[in-house]
Design a protein around this ligand. Structure first.
Ligand code: FAD
Length: 434
């Protein structure tokens, strides 16, 4: 990373989720001045699990070694040594066989170890500790409303509370409902800037591990398991160093999402049991352990409206703002971290002279990242349909499901991010040389 000289430009980051925070830390470590503008009153994440595959963990290290160290503090891996290469043991969730006797329909193996899961809020807490204490780089209660360009070329960010900030460039990390995306695309394309309901929703719950082991036995509760079934599937994996089981239960839904303004709606345990009525006793037992007031999360994505570009002039998008995806490859945050690795390394490139070069950085980032991340959005929808036996050709053919999922996961897992960074740097320098 570069020495002590600060780079001659400033970056405004809109949104302090996982993408915005890792970007802020990665830029700080590279002596790039940035400020995070977050609409909430503090940095917040939900109490649910998050998995990073080995490639995503390598991306954390490339962003900054202390970001990797922060993840390692909260990371949980499969409890059994024999399961270290198991991404998921996949079971027929409809089987009427006690969990302890149930054999996997198949196992999805991951070539590299090094990935793991964490409790989201705990990870965010660790990231917040990495922000510099001596500089005020986070501003809260700052909901972005619009962006204007002033006569000196700087961007003016106008917030809903009437305040204004300036920066040489804006990177929108403001998630699924990104306002930066709308501004970047322009007023005539606001409809295109919206995520659509993917026709799936999810229930996300944490269950004390002792109770989960009682229901499933240690092998299935303390290691990653996936439960297939018609039009629904569920994932279970350990978080919080094995103290808790994370359950995510997905449901296919042909109706419209009832309230476009809200991504989450209150639900009841009875509704989950009704959705999973074709499942056997193992999944039903777990659902019975869920707190009485679970939330239902509508899964929205950009599959129907992939963005033509991830930047315009000196406004750029990263993370879910650029490529909101359903979570069926377990990789939305992982590819967002890859975005951060590429963006931060390009912004720190010594060939940059000043703010006039930032658009070239964003064009290079767009070239490096758009096709991979937009493929993920499409592929993720397909993965859920495979787990839910919804594909008319593959159906319940376990060999067919395993082959296709393994091939798709390999595309996610096997990225050589170091090589991608080198290629992107070469493209950037060639742009300046042209
Ligand atoms: C059920 C589920 C399970 C998942 N599991 C995994 C997994 O296991 N592994 C994985 O890699 N990914 C997973 N994902 C995907 C992952 O959660 C997201 O890709 C990731 O959280 C995106 O982070 P982000 O920072 O880009 O966006 P967000 O987390 O949405 O953060 C956006 C931030 O911007 C702020 N903001 C929004 N609008 C404004 C505004 N106008 N002005 C200022 N601030 C604003 C918000 O308050 C928020 O803090 C899952 C997703 C779901 C739904």
């Amino acid at each position: 990373m570069s020495g002590q000289t600060r780079h001659p430009f400033t970056i405004a980051i809109v949104g302090g989720g996982i993408t915005g925070l890792t970007l802020a830390i990665a830029l700080q470590r590279r002596n790039i001045d940035c400020t995070v503008y977050e609409q909430a009153t503090s940095f917040k994440e939900i109490g649910a699990g998050l998995g990073f595959h080995a490639g995503a963990v390598r991306a954390l290290r490339l962003c900054a070694p202390d970001i990797l160290a922060a993840f390692e503090k909260v990371c949980t891996v499969n409890k059994w040594d024999s399961k270290r290469h198991v991404w998921f043991d996949v079971f027929d969730g409809t089987a009427d066989v006690p969990a302890r006797e149930l054999e996997p329909a198949f196992t999805i193996l991951q070539p590299q170890t090094g990935g793991g899961s964490c409790h989201r809020a705990r990870f965010l807490d660790e990231l917040v500790k990495l922000l510099p204490q001596d500089r005020d780089i986070a501003r809260f209660d700052k909901r972005l409303d619009s962006i204007e360009e002033s006569s000196d070329g700087k961007l003016r960010l106008l917030f809903c509370d009437g305040t204004v900030a300036t920066a040489d460039a804006v990177i929108g990390c403001d998630g699924i409902k990104s306002r930066t995306r709308e501004i970047m695309l322009g007023p005539d394309k606001v409809a295109q800037a919206k995520c659509d309901y993917s026709g799936k929703y999810a229930y996300r719950c944490l269950i004390p591990m002792a109770e989960a082991i009682e229901a499933l036995g240690e092998e299935k509760a303390a290691n990653t398991s996936l439960w297939m079934g018609p039009n629904c599937h569920a994932l279970t994996f350990p978080v919080s160093h094995g103290a808790t089981l994370n359950l995510v239960a997905f449901v296919s839904d042909d109706r419209q999402w009832p309230d476009q303004a809200r991504l989450t709606l209150p639900a009841t345990r009875q509704e989950i049991l009704r959705d999973f009525r074709e499942f056997g006793p193992n999944v039903s037992k777990l659902i019975g352990m869920i707190s009485d007031k679970p939330d239902r999360w509508g899964l929205f994505d950009l599959a129907e409206n992939p963005l033509p570009r991830y930047y315009r002039h000196k406004i750029c998008l990263a993370g879910d703002a650029a490529h909101a995806s359903t979570p069926h490859h377990g990789a939305g945050a992982g590819v967002s971290i890859e975005d951060v690795a590429v963006l931060s390394s390009l912004l720190a490139d010594p060939s940059l002279r000043g703010p006039e070069d930032l658009e070239a950085v964003f064009a290079t980032y767009d070239e490096s990242r758009r096709s991979r991340t937009q493929w993920l959005v499409q592929s993720s929808r397909r993965a859920a349909d495979l787990y839910e036996w919804r594909d008319v050709t593959v159906g319940k053919d376990y060999g067919g499901i395993l082959d296709e999922i393994t091939r798709r996961q390999a595309t996610i897992w096997n990225l050589d991010l170091e090589a991608e960074l080198e290629t992107a740097q070469t493209i950037l320098r060639n742009r300046f040389a042209a």
